[in-house]
Ligand binder design. Structure first.
Ligand code: MG
Length: 248
């Protein structure tokens, strides 16, 4: 979930969409069925190959900054970074187009809250497209908002969650959307995601930027950051690396 401000929207269709979205309720874009089958995943970790850009090696947040620039104010301790409530999202200083990303995450061992309120964070690919991070071990929520989902767009193929307090991973193959000169969409974003080594998104096509309320839609952009969400829950991350792929 992330509020996206449209500051200079010149395209009529976009502003009409945005206006239509404002009249919708968040519940209207929740999809509760089918419920992905629960499976027990295996190993979660993959160490970085030699050509990867290391985004977080457990020592510091040098590769990251706050949403509006300035230092990233999350906690770094014991080789992990942890969300500090109200510190805001953090984003990579470097921007990316197509890439392979590995990131490990852990929801709190102490279970608090339910549904979207339990261990919620998110990995925003290119800032706008949320791959949900959530504790969905015995925690029902809408299927298109659970861990492994592209929030409110794509239900994961299975529920491959580990227990709260255990480290989990995402491996993402991301193909950025492309746009025409007039701002219209040329080709949509595509993604393949493995959660704990298990395929949860198989070369899916996204329909636009993640919206908490209303339907997703595209707005032209180029290379963008990886953003991690502050949803107020103390979710941790470690071993984050990325391999930028050929960019046109
Ligand atoms: Mg989230």
């Amino acid at each position: 979930m992330r509020t996206i401000l449209i500051t200079a929207c010149t395209m009529l269709s976009l502003s009409a969409l945005a206006q239509n979205n404002q009249q919708m309720k968040p519940e209207e874009t929740e999809v509760w069925e089918p419920v992905p089958k629960v499976i027990t995943p295996g190993m979660a970790t993959v160490t970085a190959p030699s050509d990867a850009v290391i985004l977080f090696d457990g020592k510091n947040l040098d590769q990251w900054e706050g949403e509006k620039g300035g230092p990233a104010k999350w906690d770094v301790k014991n080789g992990a970074m942890t969300v500090v409530k109200n510190a805001g999202v953090i984003k990579t200083k470097q921007q990316f187009e197509d890439f392979q990303l590995h990131i490990e995450w852990r929801t709190p061992a102490e279970v608090k809250g339910e549904s979207q309120g339990r261990g919620n964070s998110g990995v925003f690919l290119q800032e706008y497209y949320e791959l949900q991070v959530l504790d969905n071990y015995n925690n029902r929520t809408y299927s298109n908002g659970q861990a492994g989902s592209f929030y409110k767009q794509k239900i994961p193929l299975v529920n491959a969650c580990k227990k709260p307090g255990e480290w989990q991973s995402y491996d993402v193959i991301w193909t950025a959307p492309r746009f025409n000169d007039d701002g219209s969409l040329k080709t949509p974003a595509r993604a393949t995601v493995l959660q704990n080594g298990v395929l949860v998104q198989n070369n899916v096509e996204l329909t636009g930027q993640t919206q908490y309320i209303g339907k997703p839609f595209y707005e032209k952009h180029g290379a963008k950051s990886i953003v991690l969400q502050d949803h107020g829950n103390p979710v941790s991350f470690k071993n984050i690396w990325i391999r930028p792929l050929n960019q046109d």
